[in-house]
Write a protein that binds this ligand. Structure first.
Ligand code: DQA
Length: 153
């Protein structure tokens, strides 16, 4: 099973940006935690970050051709603005979990909109870096369940 972990703008600044909201852990630490967890649960992961909307769209399209089984996406600020990311997720139709490090539902009004939410199977917020690990577990279970269903006919 191969998952893409896709991170949007400013997530490379974790550890530096607003530690009161996002914590002190760096992006490198996040990547290490995701890698360690994926080894533990036996899935393959590619972790990718970009500050550019079009690059994120390209990466999502690529995952269709690269036969990615599941996606964990934190679109960061593009969550609240990007129809392009929503359309890309709809185009590829790969099971996707939306993750936010902070509890977006308790923050500013402009963060209450999520375009990608229409195309995801689950949203996890406010669990810090653990949210990514929970998303991986959820996707794995979801895909295993669906596989069992399809082999039963
Ligand atoms: C975020 C929440 C977004 O509103 C914000 O723009 C981010 C990070 C989060 O992980 O909590 O950059 O997606």
């Amino acid at each position: 099973m191969k998952f893409l972990i896709l991170n949007g703008p400013n997530l490379n600044m974790l550890g530096i940006r607003e530690p009161g909201i996002y914590g002190n852990g760096t992006y490198e630490e996040l990547k290490m935690r995701i890698t360690d967890h994926s080894i533990t649960v036996g899935v393959e992961v590619e972790i990718f970050q970009s500050n550019h909307e079009g690059v994120l769209v390209d990466k999502l399209q690529e995952s269709y051709f690269n036969k990615i089984d599941g996606i964990v996406i934190n679109p960061a600020a593009y969550t609240h603005t990007s129809v392009a990311l929503l359309d890309a997720l709809k185009s590829i139709a790969i099971p996707t979990v939306e993750v936010h490090i902070s509890k977006v539902e308790e923050r500013e009004n402009f963060r209450q909109v999520s375009y990608v939410r229409q195309a995801v199977i689950k949203t996890i917020t406010g669990k810090g870096f653990d949210g990514y690990l929970e998303a991986i577990d959820y996707l794995k279970e979801y895909l295993e369940k669906n596989e069992r269903k399809s082999t039963k006919g």
